[in-house]
Design a binder for this molecule. Sequence first.
Ligand code: ASP
Ligand code: MG
Length: 474
Amino acid sequence: MIVMKFGGTSVGSADALRQVAAIVRRELDAQQTRPGVVVVTSAMSGVTDLLSAAAQAAANADHDRTEATCNLLRAQHAEVTETLIDDADVRWRLTEELEETIRQLRRVLDSIAVLGELTPRGNDWICGTGEQVMAPLLTEVLRSAGIAAVHANARSLIVTDDNFGAAEPLVSETESRCQTQLTPLLAQGRAVVTGGFIASTFDGLHTTLGRGGSDYSAAILGAALDADEIQIWTDVSGVKTADPKVVPDARSLREITFPEIAELAYYGARVIHPKTVRPAIRKGIGLRVLNTFEPDHAGTRVIADEHRARQAGIKAISAIRDMNMIMIEGRGMIGVPGIAARAFRAVSDVNANVLMISQSSSEQSICFVVPDDSADMVINALRREFSMELDRGYIERIDGDPDIVIVAAVGQAIRHTPGIAARVFSALGDARINVVSIAQGASDTMISLVVVRDAADAAVNALHQAFNLAQPTG
Ligand code: ASP
Ligand code: MG
């Protein structure tokens, strides 16, 4: 029994969906012991972005925009229904269900427009609509391809807390629901189709697991059902050594460890949602990243085996763009305890995500990197927190530097291999790339450094070459 998750592009067109049906069928045909497949689907590509924008538009009473979204949603799903579903009765039923969902969506959007306020709870309701309509549609697509598929509503399978926008599953309740509802169906060798990303609280309020959360759904379901494997089907052939748009000779990694993929996911190369690895690790379930559009490619296997990881050195180089380096500077900070603690409290109070804390050469500054779109908010919060110190000149300035890119070299072997940092710096030095700042020790699975935007691609290429990443390792 395995879990197969298909991402937005995999279900984004009639052609892609034919491909999905072929992949599911091949899996079911090949199964011997423990039959059954759980198929987890994302919304069609772009749909969640549209819904999220519509939610915002509703709060601004932009009726034209919300209407346009409803119409687009209808058109995209109707087209797939027309193209792939032969049975007229099924087509009619799907159309009715779609219309009902759109009616409800309109009502929620209207009520947000009346209130003029978008709450996280309302936002989850709206953003989950894409998966909510895709799952029954995919079920019928599979059935018309001759697969014994059934739909199971994710909102009655995955139970979460009420942390809207990034809800966390209640593990034992979710497990018992999955086992009672799904195990009998799977035992018959069926494909059970369910929407990723969406869930509900114990009281039935709609929640989501956060953007990109369908992967996490797949892992939660896989762990709940003790799956033999969790497969993440996407539109790239596994995890690459670097972004092929930046490094033309980047290649797919055959294996990567859980901590490495989590680190890469965090540092820009978001092939899978970082939380996906947790349930898989907890139950020791194998995870594989595969390409719907190149189904015979072996993809990347995500392994727990740290021993093998040690031999492989640096695995991948990634870059995370649109960052801002915030600096707090001043002579009066030397020897004054608690400045850093106050700074980070102020930053966390405005919910900003600190990606990297870097050491400066002097003791007179604290630097850290946040996404550029939160920089103004962070700087204002810090200036408020330290207004007295700024007035008295203990702190001379609090500023941000935009146009910053974090480049990260990822590999668990960093921990065991002396001299990796030296190689990183000599590679960058040889390429005449100026490193603004470095961070070590934040994680023993990677070394990250800050460069200016214009140097980012050159830095990624220099490191890719320095660690021979274009050459497959044994
Ligand atoms: N559709 C959701 C999103 O775009 C979840 C996912 O695709 O994983 O964030
Ligand atoms: Mg996605």
